[in-house]
Design a protein around this ligand. Structure first.
Ligand code: GTP
Ligand code: MG
Ligand code: NA
Length: 343
C-alpha cells in the first residue's frame, strides 16, 4: 500500500501542545484506539508514531467531498509528550516533521507549553495548523459525532456560537501577542501568511475530517519538493527500548529510502559508533501506535515514510534523537562511523 506512482512519500506530521490539551486523544479519535487511557497518569512519556493510510483518510473526510485531491500514500503522525520535563522529545519530534498540529485547549487558550512548542515551530520555520480542541466542552454543545466542523456549528445554539466566538477571539489575540496571525481555516484567505485554526473535539470527533483534509492538502500543495520520495535512506531514532523477545530495539522514523532485513546500519552510541545488521523490521498495523505494546508486522523490506521498530544486536547504547545510517556496498565504514558520531 506504500507504492505510489506519483513519487510522493507520506507527509510526517508532529503533534505538539500543552500538557493535557488532547494530543493523544485526538490521535485516538482518528485511530479508534484507547492509547491515552493506557498511559500512566494520562501523561505521554514517549514519542509515538502512527501511520494513517490514505484510504482511511479518504473515508474519514468523505463528507467534505475532496476525494480526488489526495495523492500521498498516507500520513505519518508523531505524538509528543506535553509535560515540561520532555522538552528534548518535543524538540526531536518537531525536528523531523514536514508539518505540525499545534493543539490548543479552547477552554484554556495559549499555555506555557503551547508557547514553547510555538517557538520550536518558529525556529524551524515549520508550517502548522492549530487544532482548537475540546469544543464539546462549550456550555450546551450539541454533539454531532465526527461531523465536519461547519456542519456541527450549524447545529449549535446562539449561546454556543457566542461563547465559541469569544474564546476564539481570545486565542487569536494571544497568537497575535506571539507575533502570529491566525484565523478559522474556512475563513482564511491567505494560507501561508495566516495560520489556520480548526475547531475539534477529540471525544466526539467534530472537526476531525477538516483537520485531516487540511493537513494533507496543505502538505501536498506547498511541499511537493520536500515530499518527493528519495532513495537515499534518512532515518531518525525516536526511542531506544527493550522489547521482550527482541532485546534492545530502536524506534525509527524512516523519512526516505528503503530498508531491508540484513542491511548494515551504523548508529551513534554512548560508547562510540555501533555497527550492526538489521535482524528484524517491525511495524504496528496501520492506524496503530508504534509505542504501544501490541502485535507487530514483520517486513522483509519497507519504504519511507514509516514509523518502524528495528531489532538488531548491540543497540543497548544507541542514542535517541540521532540519525541512523545505512552502509551501502560502496560506502567507507570509517567515514560513515564518523558521520554517525557527529549527531
Ligand atoms: P500529554 O501527552 O500528557 O501532554 O497530554 P495530551 O495533550 O496528549 O492530552 P490527552 O490526550 O492525554 O488528554 C488529556 C485529557 O483531556 C484527557 O482526560 C482527555 O480525555 C481530555 N480530552 C482530550 N481531548 C478532549 C476533547 O476534545 N474534549 C473533552 N471533553 N476532553 C478531552
Ligand atoms: Mg499525550
Ligand atoms: Na495527558
Amino acid at each position: 500500500s506504500q507504492d505510489v506512482s506519483n513519487g510522493l512519500r507520506s507527509p510526517i506530521c508532529c503533534i505538539l501542545g500543552h500538557v493535557d490539551s488532547g494530543k493523544t486523544k485526538l490521535l485516538d479519535c482518528i485511530r479508534s484506539t484507547k492509547v491515552q487511557e493506557g498511559e500512566a497518569g494520562g501523561i505521554t512519556q514517549q514519542i509515538g508514531a502512527t501511520f494513517f493510510p490514505v484510504q482511511n483518510i479518504r473515508k474519514r473526510t468523505k463528507e467534505l467531498k475532496a476525494d480526488a485531491k489526495l495523492n500521498v500514500p498516507g500520513l505519518l503522525v508523531i505524538d509528543t509528550p506535553g509535560h515540561e520535563s520532555f522538552a528534548n522529545l518535543r524538540s526531536r519530534g518537531s525536528g523531523l516533521c514536514d508539518i505540525a498540529i499545534l493543539v490548543v485547549d479552547i477552554m484554556h487558550g495559549l499555555e506555557p507549553l503551547t508557547i514553547e512548542s510555538l517557538s520550536l515551530l518558529k525556529m524551524r520555520g515549520t508550517e502548522f495548523i492549530v487544532a482548537l480542541n475540546k469544543v464539546d466542552r462549550l456550555y450546551g454543545w450539541k454533539i454531532c459525532p465526527n461531523a465536519p466542523i461547519l456542519k456541527a456549528m450549524k447545529q449549535q445554539s446562539k449561546d454556543v456560537h457566542i461563547e465559541f466566538g469569544n474564546r476564539l477571539n481570545q486565542v487569536i489575540a494571544q497568537f497575535k501577542e506571539q507575533g502570529l496571525n491566525t484565523e478559522l481555516y474556512y475563513k482564511n484567505k491567505e494560507m501561508g501568511e495566516t495560520f489556520s485554526i480548526v475547531p475539534t473535539s477529540a471525544i466526539t470527533g467534530e472537526g476531525i475530517p477538516d483537520l485531516l483534509l487540511l493537513l494533507v492538502q496543505w502538505a501536498q500543495k506547498t511541499m511537493i519538493e520536500k515530499l518527493t520520495y528519495q532513495n537515499q535512506v534518512q532515518g531518525i531514532i525516536l526511542e531506544v527500548k527493550v522489547v521482550e523477545g527482541y532485546g534492545t530495539t530502536i524506534d525509527v522514523v524512516l523519512v526516505n529510502g528503503v530498508l531491508r532485513e540484513g542491511d548494515r546500519i551504523v548508529v551513534c552510541g554512548m560508547k562510540g559508533p555501533i555497527l550492526t545488521n538489521i535482524r528484524a523490521i517491525l511495524t504496528p498495523h496501520p492506524m496503530k501506535e508504534l509505542r504501544v505494546k501490541g502485535v507487530f508486522v514483520h517486513h522483509k523490506e519497507i519504504k519511507a515514510a514509516q514509523g518502524i521498530k528495528i531489532a538488531a544486536q548491540g543497540l543497548k547504547h544507541a542514542i535517541a534523537g540521532t540519525e541512523m545510517h545505512v552502509l551501502g556496498p560502496d560506502d567507507d565504514l570509517e567515514y560513515v562511523k564518523e558521520a554517525a558520531m557527529e549527531d
